[in-house]
Design a protein around this ligand. Sequence first.
Ligand SMILES: [Zn+2]
Length: 107
Amino acid sequence: MVVGVLVSRELKMIALDRIDRLMDFAKRHAVERPEIARKAILLAMRIAQKARVRIPKKYKRMFCRKCGTSFWTPNSFTIRVRDRRSTHIVIKCMRCGYIKRIPVNKT
Ligand SMILES: [Zn+2]
């Protein structure tokens, strides 16, 4: 087996393609089969880790980083806006309680 820059780049492309498909799958099943969507997301996270690629930005906020719960699923998270010190959005996963904070830049 040849291991080189080209090969690993190709592997990353394959990994990203699989992540894309899994996220699309999760999105389509999030409402009716949330557990299947969660498993697809967990798998996508594992692939990203193994291939050392980042989950594309468009998906990053769509699931819980801790348990993989899809935020496309209704009632899977709560969202709040906090205005102490700096404005930020607080997203809480309803499955595991993981809290994600996203800063909001005032313009
Ligand atoms: Zn969670």
